[in-house]
Design a protein around this ligand. Structure first.
Ligand SMILES: Nc1ncnc2c1ncn2[C@@H]1O[C@H](COP(=O)(O)OP(=O)(O)OP(=O)(O)O)[C@@H](O)[C@H]1O
Length: 635
């Protein structure tokens, strides 16, 4: 734990407020103006009781006059409150919007390794729950504390001015309150960390299970999933209750000190009154200033729960913002506007690195990946509020070597078929080309220059991918095809769809290109999805094409249409294709046979078939079994 972190965290968060500095000042000013009402009303009441109602001779006050002033004061209070609340909401929401934008923009820069190690739901929980929680720091009465601080200073000053001996007597309990606060608060903060981490786990499982509901239902796992969910939310409940309990204790301690302070003053001040050393009026005034001093302290104890809760949300936002994207532009990145399409791998080695939540140190029989272990502060007495940097949940790092010494030279316009058994490393090779990961050793060059030297955006602008499980987003077919090229003309989109053999089936739909597809719309068949993905890639018109051929068999017609579309797409581009069909393999300029992370053979079909190697056995087991009509159709 490093010392300056807590204030640093708060200061960093507050820095999001910078653009709204003047609004914040105005809110505080309006807060001070709001005091006009509680200050004026008792005074007007006194005038009413002492002068108006007894109809004191010579008084210039009349009932109408007093009511008019009171009415004006109330109206002023209403207007000030309205604007204050409006400004607070405006500032809070604007700030939350800015934090979310920054977080999302950062998430888009994160490398695949970041996503490999995390559940999508967990990340969503940071962008939604934690940012919402962080907003409470602004909304939850925290701004009022600034105003309250003025009140405390004013009341403290008045108490000491009236009778410093009595003031000391009233306030000697405050250091005890401070120490209670310091020690309970750190526990509360840790308790909130457990709450938020558990929420992240819930969110992770929830998103996974909701998107895989078909499997849950098909395997009759509803009851078991319900149990798991209940355990998760029960753990969340228990952590939230313990955070609330600590906060409750703290508030009650503050109340106890306040009541005790009042009692002490009644006793000491009362004795002084009895002995004639203090007037009754002075004692009453002293008590009311004391109440003004304790009031904000009590309010702070109540708001503190929100503050600690929100600060742990803020921590979690910065946890993400502080992760440096691993794949990023070099400072002097080379622009790469035109790409020829020559690619070479030189002695490339690659290892996947995965971070997994670590099991608690003590072997806990009840340990489950669904429930985060409770986090607690180190057991000791705290004289000052500790500035804790949140300990990140412990992780174990798993490494899996996926590629060893890959050497490969591909000339512009060539088609390279990657073949090999499952898990051999074919997908890993194509991921490296698009810089989803960087090699541990060796280099990948494009047009003779290491791809890490290029501007990442420029590099990826030359690459298009059509994968097995093509992701289409909620939106119209048109938007999906034009995803990489949002300004594409209608004619260009239609042409891409036609070349991808998709135009015909799209035209059959009532809304044609305006049909909504994806999660909220029409579900597409495997073949249709692929053809739309091909159209999307065609429209991008890339120099380099990365294809992962579908393993799942399409019916003969669809397969023919997809193959035809792919061939149009591959024309005049450097293509890497993870091939599962003999037709593709035979046509390739180079066949690369990958096995256990290394290239074991390379060459043309006949040449490889003649060798006694992995290719031959793959051919025997996989390719030969292909339907002859599909093969003929695509040749
Ligand atoms: N994101 C990842 N994190 C960790 N390990 C991974 C990751 N992706 C793949 N691997 C591992 O790397 C190895 C190579 O996987 P890869 O996906 O490249 O194989 P593949 O040849 O494409 O297999 P398939 O034909 O079954 O898709 C495998 O052992 C796999 O378990």
């Amino acid at each position: 734990m490093s010392a300056p972190q807590k204030s640093f965290l708060f200061r960093r968060y507050i820095s999001f407020l910078k653009p709204y500095r003047s609004a914040l000042l105005l809110i505080i000013l309006l807060g001070i103006l709001q005091f006009t009402v509680p200050l004026t009303v008792p005074w007007m009441t006194k005038i009413m009781i002492d002068e108006v109602l007894p109809q004191v001779e010579g008084s210039s006050w009349t009932l109408g006059k007093v009511l008019l002033i009171l009415g004006a004061v109330y109206l002023f209070g209403i207007i000030v409150s309205f604007f204050r609340q409006w400004m607070t909401a405006k500032m809070g929401n604007a700030m939350v919007r800015d934090v979310r934008v920054q977080l999302y923009s950062h998430l888009q820069k994160m490398s695949q390794q970041f996503y490999d190690s995390r559940q999508v739901g967990g990340i969503i929980s940071r962008v939604l729950n934690d940012v919402n929680g962080a907003q409470q720091l602004i909304n939850g009465g925290v701004i009022n504390l600034t105003v309250d601080l003025f009140l405390v200073i004013f009341a403290g000053f008045m108490l000491f001015r009236m009778d410093w001996g009595l003031a000391l007597l009233a306030l000697w309990l405050l250091p005890f309150y401070y120490l209670t606060f310091t020690n309970l608060n750190v526990r509360m903060r840790f308790a909130w960390r457990s709450v938020h981490r558990q929420m992240e786990r819930i969110s992770g499982i929830l998103v996974e299970r909701l998107s895989g509901m078909k499997i849950v239902q098909a395997f009759n796992r509803e009851r078991a999933e319900m149990e798991r969910f209940k355990q998760q939310v029960n753990a969340h409940y228990a952590y939230a209750m313990s955070a609330n309990m600590l906060s409750n204790f703290l508030s009650r301690f503050s109340q106890t000190f306040q009541d005790a302070g009042g009692l002490i003053i009644w006793f000491a001040g009362g004795t002084m009154v009895l002995r004639g050393k203090l007037s009754i009026g002075e004692l009453i005034a002293f008590q009311s200033y004391l109440a003004q001093l304790y009031g904000p302290i009590q309010r702070f104890s109540e708001v503190n729960m929100t503050i600690q809760n929100s600060l742990t949300n803020v921590e979690r936002i910065f946890e993400v913002l502080d992760i440096d994207p691993q794949i990023k532009n070099k400072k002097e990145a080379i622009p790469f506007p035109v790409c020829k399409g020559d690619i070479a791998f030189k002695q490339v080695h690659f290892t996947y690195i995965m971070e997994r939540p670590e099991k608690p140190a003590k072997e806990n029989v009840n340990y489950s990946q669904d429930i985060v272990p409770k986090v607690k502060p180190p057991k000791r007495f705290y004289w000052v509020p500790p500035r804790t940097k949140p300990d990140l949940p412990p992780v174990t790092v798993e490494k899996r070597k996926a590629l060893t010494n890959i050497n490969l030279t591909v000339k512009s316009g060539q088609v390279v078929a990657l073949v090999g058994p499952s898990g051999a490393g074919k997908s890993t090779i194509i991921h490296l080309i698009a810089r989803f990961y960087d090699p541990d050793e060796g280099s990948i060059t494009m047009d003779g220059i290491d791809i890490r030297e290029y501007d990442l955006g420029d590099l990826r602008s030359h690459i298009a991918m059509v994968l097995q499980d093509n992701i289409l987003f909620s939106g119209t077919v048109f938007e999906n095809i034009a995803y990489g090229h949002p300004n594409a003309t209608e004619a260009a989109v239609y042409a891409a769809a036609a070349a991808a053999n998709a135009h015909e089936f799209i035209e059959k739909w009532d809304l044609k290109y305006e049909t909504v597809i994806g999660e909220r719309g029409v579900r597409l068949s495997g073949g249709q999805k692929q053809r739309i993905a091909i159209a999307r890639a065609l429209l991008k018109d890339p120099r380099i094409l990365i294809l992962d051929e579908a393993t799942s068999a399409l019916d003969a017609d669809s397969e023919h249409l997809v193959t035809e579309a792919l061939e149009r797409l591959m024309k005049n581009r450097t293509t890497f294709i993870i091939a599962h069909r003999l037709a593709t393999v035979i046509r390739a300029d180079q066949i690369i046979v990958v096995d256990e992370g290394t290239i074991v053979q390379s060459g043309k079909h006949e040449q490889l078939l003649a060798e006694q190697g992995v290719y031959r056995s793959l051919y025997e087991k996989q390719f030969k079994a292909m339907r002859p009509e599909a093969l003929l159709g695509s040749l």
